[in-house]
Structures are given as C-alpha cells and as structure tokens.
Ligand binder design. Structure first.
Ligand code: PLP
Length: 373
C-alpha cells in the first residue's frame, strides 16, 4: 500500500492561486508577487553568451560556479562591507530553495520555527515539510516584527526564527535597531536567525541592514536572490550565505536534491550582479512613485494603511466583505488571512503593475470601499 508522508499531508497548495482563478480575464491583477519589469539586457546576454560558448552544457560545482560565488561575495562587500568567503555560500534554485536548505539542515522533528504572521507563505509550509512545528507570531501596529515578541516566543525547542525585511506581504522594513536586536537574540539564545532578504534592494525609506552584520556568532544565515532585484523570478537563482559548518550541512541537502543551480541562470546572475546597477535604481524609483500613488488612493478611500517602506506590497486594514466586493468589481487582491491568521482583516495589494492600471484599480477600490461601509 502506498501512503503519503505526514509532513507533506499537513501542507496544502497556496490559497493565493484560488483568488486568481476566481477573477475574470479582464480583471486588474494586484495579486502579483513579481516585478513587472524585464530582466536587464546585460543579464540576459550573460546567459546567451555562456550558452553559445558551451559553458552551460555541464553541471557546475555543487555550490555554483566560482565566478558567480565571487560576484555574490563582492556584492555583500559593496553593499554592506560584509566579508563573505565565496566558499561560504551556495547558489540555489531561487530564494525558495535557499529557505528549504536552511530548514532542512537545522530543524529536527518537534523543533519550532518562529516566523512573522502575516508572513510569506513558505515559512509555514517549509517548516512542516522539514518536520518542524510552525510558531507564527504577530506584528506591531506598523506591521514590523518586534524583537521582543520573538524573544518571548523562544523556548528550548526553538531551532530558528525568521526575519524578513523588506517584508512580503506587508512591505514593512525593519530598523537598524531591530536588526541589531535580532542578532543579539540569535547570539544570546543560541537560536538560528534566518534572514530572508530577497527584497533587500527595494527600499524607499531608510536602509536595509542585514542582521549578519551585527552578530557575534555564526547564528545568522542570509537568504537572497536575483528574483526581485533583477526581475528574474523565472530564472530561479538565489543563494544562502552562512558559516562554513552551516553551509556544509546545507550542501548535503542541495547536492543530493538539486546537484547545482541551473547553469544558464548562474551566468545570467553573475552578469546581473557584476554589470551596471541602473536598471535596479530605475525599477525602485518606479516602485516608489507607485507606492505613493497607491498609498494616497487607499487613504483617500478612507482605509487605514501602514506606510510600506519597501518591496512592492501594501497591506491596508479592510472592512468585512471588502476583498469579495473589490474582486467582484474586477480587481484582484489577496485576503490577508492567506498569509496567516493575524492577516485577517487586512488585504495585500501588489503594485507590480502599470501606473494606468493602478489608478483605474484605485477608483474601483474607492467605490467598493464606500459600498461595504
Ligand atoms: N522570500 C520572500 C519573502 C518572497 O516573497 C519570495 C517570493 O515571493 C521568496 C522568498 C522566494 O523567492 P524566489 O522566487 O527567489 O524563490
């Protein structure tokens, strides 16, 4: 008799898809979790040239090509003055695989993983797939994660706590003080801090501060990717950075489950990281303009909306029946409870869509909001 693993039976397919399926073909989609910009030309060329010269015909080193790992290492030095040995990172199939590796390598059955609620849907699912116990914790009123909340939730069974800044689904950015606190908590409680930084370059106010900068032990691992920064979600290229002993454990999972990240994607990523960064600046400027328009529109509609400082999401508080009313009128938004129980009463709107569509959507949202009041 064949059976299914309990770990997997506990996980269901993400509810976000169902919202898209319920929408008509001409609906305006504010449910999207990826930038609506093309991959920079120099990144594409990096892959094309590598393919044409036969460089992509074979497996690369399990951790990724040395030149890509040097480019990732140089990025951390350039952006944060962090010295990362190219041996202390693995190129992965997107940030998603990187998150999976961290959990697989560090969580035993029965151990707990603390993560923000509302938060990115994968933290709960990947914890269960690793055999761990999800421990979602609520956010501050401004939708940032309070280090004190994390510290209170830690028990002898805690293996990992997840920090995600800028955050999906809230767009919230953690302050430098918070990041210092997360590093201190990881050090003092001897618990691993998993810092998910896939939106690290999409910040409008303040600066992104990786907690790895502040930790005195190796109790912080950092996950990031080309996906959002370079509009490369389809390429599937991310990475995980950690101490040698942690990377060695994660490599055991990666080596047997994945062998190596796709070679063409590795060459595209190397070109993206080492080439001109202006396409990133242009994209971030466009996101900031849209953020301002969306924020004004939602406030004018009378919604209470914490100001998001990064990523490309906004998460207003919404009255009961609001999401259904908005969807009925042709705008796709994701109900907040798709991101955890504490997301109830909120909705996530993505502004990774053109300005004209956004303005049209805001008019519809205004009407829908008046209708459900
Ligand atoms: N982490 C967060 C917070 C995300 O929002 C996403 C994707 O939406 C990921 C990780 C995964 O990124 P990738 O597409 O690189 O797998």
């Amino acid at each position: 008799m064949t059976t299914f693993a309990n770990r997997v039976e506990q996980v269901s397919i993400s509810g976000i898809r169902k919202v898209f399926e319920a929408a008509g073909d001409d609906a305006i989609n504010l449910g999207i979790g990826q930038p609506d910009f093309p991959t920079p030309a120099h990144a594409r060329r990096g892959a094309i040239e590598a393919i044409e010269s036969g460089l992509t015909d074979a497996y690369t080193s399990n951790k990724g090509t040395h030149s890509l790992r040097e480019a990732i290492s140089a990025k951390y030095d350039r952006d944060y003055g962090l010295e990362i040995d190219p041996e202390d990172l693995i190129a992965t199939s997107g940030g998603s695989e990187a998150l999976h590796l961290v959990l697989q390598a560090h969580v035993d059955p029965g151990q707990e993983v603390i993560f923000p609620d509302p938060g990115f849907v994968s933290y709960d699912a990947l914890t269960k797939i690793a055999g761990g116990t999800p421990k979602p914790v609520g956010l501050r009123e401004d939708l940032t994660l309070d280090p004190a909340t994390v510290e209170e939730a830690i028990t002898d069974d805690t293996a990992i706590f997840v920090v995600n800044s800028p955050a999906n689904p809230t767009g919230a950015v953690q302050s430098e003080d918070d990041m210092r606190e997360f590093a201190r908590i990881a050090d003092e409680h001897d618990v691993l801090c998993l810092s998910d930084e896939v939106y690290e370059h999409i910040v409008f106010e303040g600066t992104h501060h990786p907690p790895m900068q502040f930790a005195e032990t190796d109790n912080v691992v950092t996950v990031s990717a080309c996906s959002k920064t370079y509009s490369m979600t389809g390429w599937r290229l991310g990475w995980v950075v950690g101490s040698n002993r942690r990377i060695e454990r994660m490599l055991r999972v990666h080596q047997y489950g994945q062998a190596c990240a796709s070679a063409p994607a590795q060459y595209a990523a190397e070109a993206a990281l080492t080439g001109p960064q202006d396409p990133v600046d242009e994209m971030v400027a466009a996101f900031e303009d849209r953020r301002d328009v969306v924020l004004d529109g939602l406030e004018d509609a009378g919604l209470d909306v914490p100001k998001p400082e990064g990523a490309f999401y906004v998460m207003p508080k919404v009255p009961e029946g609001w999401c259904a009313e908005v969807l009925d009128r042709g705008v796709v938004v994701v109900p907040g409870d798709a991101f955890g129980a504490n997301g109830e009463g909120y909705a996530r709107l993505s502004y990774a869509t053109g300005m004209d569509e956004l303005k049209e959507a805001l008019e519809i949202i205004d009407e829908a909001t008046q209708a459900v009041r």
